[in-house]
Design a protein around this ligand. Structure first.
Ligand code: CA
Length: 229
């Protein structure tokens, strides 16, 4: 299998080189670009498998570049921002990025995100059976079990758990969840999502005490961290 190509767009060369080292050690091939105006010509020549895109750049900024790429390509994009508070706003702008990382970050985190985003980007057939540790969910029969014991969920709770189990560790905004679940009773209200999550959490926690699988990501939304075993 040929190596996946990652394009790192970052003007702080020290950071860019650290990311490059870690990604190369994980088996990726990495190109660095440090000026915003060079990105589009570069990807026209050769489209990478994934782009890591800093927002603050000389020339065109990351947001503008992301928008332009999205006009013609669905290449996975991970944006880098210097402010955690900015992530919420960026998600709201719907730039079409696949994930966001906040500075300062650990290079290990970057590698983990790259792997996760690439895994999601691969076209996969509908998987009827989703497994996360002790939880098993069948999308065709709507049957959920924990440690082989049936778990009874409402339709909305089932849809939410499906979305979470399909993309563990992904941070979903409330709007993401509303648009992905599209239950008739959501009506687009944040609080409705919150109460479904609360109920789902309660049911999961009753079976798996002490393991907080659905975590609140402050100011952004929720993520699902499956138990190890
Ligand atoms: Ca920068």
């Amino acid at each position: 299998m040929s190596k996946k190509q990652i394009l790192v767009v970052e003007d702080e060369l020290k950071i860019a080189r650290i990311i490059k080292d870690y990604l190369e050690n994980s088996g990726y091939q990495v190109t660095i670009i440090s000026h915003g105006n060079e990105v589009l010509p570069q990807i026209q020549k050769s489209m990478p498998d994934l782009i890591i895109l800093d927002i603050m750049l000389p020339g065109k900024d990351g947001m503008e570049i992301c928008r332009e790429i999205r006009k013609t390509s669905t290449v996975p994009i991970i944006m880098i921002t210097a402010k955690v508070e900015e992530i919420d706003r960026l998600i709201g702008l719907e730039l079409g990025a696949d994930d966001y990382i906040c500075k300062p970050f650990s290079p290990r985190e970057v590698v983990a995100r790259v792997k996760a985003v690439l895994r999601r980007a691969m076209p996969e057939p509908v998987q009827e059976q989703l497994i996360a540790g002790p939880i098993a969910l069948n999308q065709l029969t709507h049957y959920v079990s924990i440690n082989n014991q049936a778990l009874f969920l409402t339709n909305s709770e089932f849809e939410l758990l499906t979305v979470f189990m399909q993309q563990p560790e992904r941070v979903f905004s409330r709007n993401d969840l509303i648009s992905m679940v599209q239950g008739y009773d959501f009506e687009g209200y944040d609080r409705t999502i919150d109460s479904h999550i609360k109920n789902l959490r309660k049911k999961l926690d009753q079976q798996l005490s002490g393991q907080k699988m659905i975590q609140t990501v402050y100011g952004v939304g929720y993520k699902f961290s499956p138990p190890e075993k």
